[in-house]
Design a protein around this ligand. Structure first.
Ligand code: DQA
Length: 153
């Protein structure tokens, strides 16, 4: 792992409402609070993180494409775009950056339409079902992945 791996965390549509949105499913912590905790956790891991949210598929695609050369890895909660977006899948493949897919809820245990993620095949792993901790575990996962795949020499 480069000494200060730089991670980009992207959250998709409706996740700006975390804390208010169906708290029985998504918990009571706000996205801003999750982002603050990720910054702290990244510091403990010797990494840096930038966290963003967008309700627009094209903006998420642009952020992923622009991450090439700026970031070492991605933590991505595509929200409902997980189940619909080939464009986000293709963007991750296009840049070749390792990406961990995260979901607050256990998508495999919910409605049928949530059980398929079109983004998953472009990712190196997925954390799902641990509420806000899914983001922290996703961060641990991507930093560990980068460390394990550090070029040797
Ligand atoms: C979600 C799961 C998706 O199915 C849903 O559309 C979301 C949130 C999650 O974090 O559990 O918006 O990605």
């Amino acid at each position: 792992m480069p000494d200060d791996s730089k991670i980009l965390c992207i959250s998709g549509p409706n996740l700006q409402l975390l804390g208010k949105r169906e708290p029985a499913i998504y918990g009571s912590e706000t996205l801003a609070s999750i982002h603050r905790r990720m910054v702290d956790r990244a510091g403990q891991l010797g990494a840096r993180i930038e966290a963003r949210q967008s309700n627009h598929e094209g903006e998420i695609v642009t952020w992923i494409c622009d991450a090439l050369g700026e970031f070492d890895g991605l933590v991505l909660n595509p929200g409902a775009y997980s189940h619909t977006s080939y464009a986000i899948h293709d963007a991750i493949k296009a840049v070749g950056l390792p990406c961990v897919e995260v979901h607050l809820s256990h998508i495999d245990g919910r409605e049928k339409f949530r059980r398929q993620s079109h983004v998953a095949p472009a990712c190196v792993g997925r954390v799902s079902g641990f509420g806000a901790e899914s983001y922290m575990l996703g961060l641990d996962g991507i930093v560990g992945y980068l460390r394990a795949h550090e070029p040797r020499g």
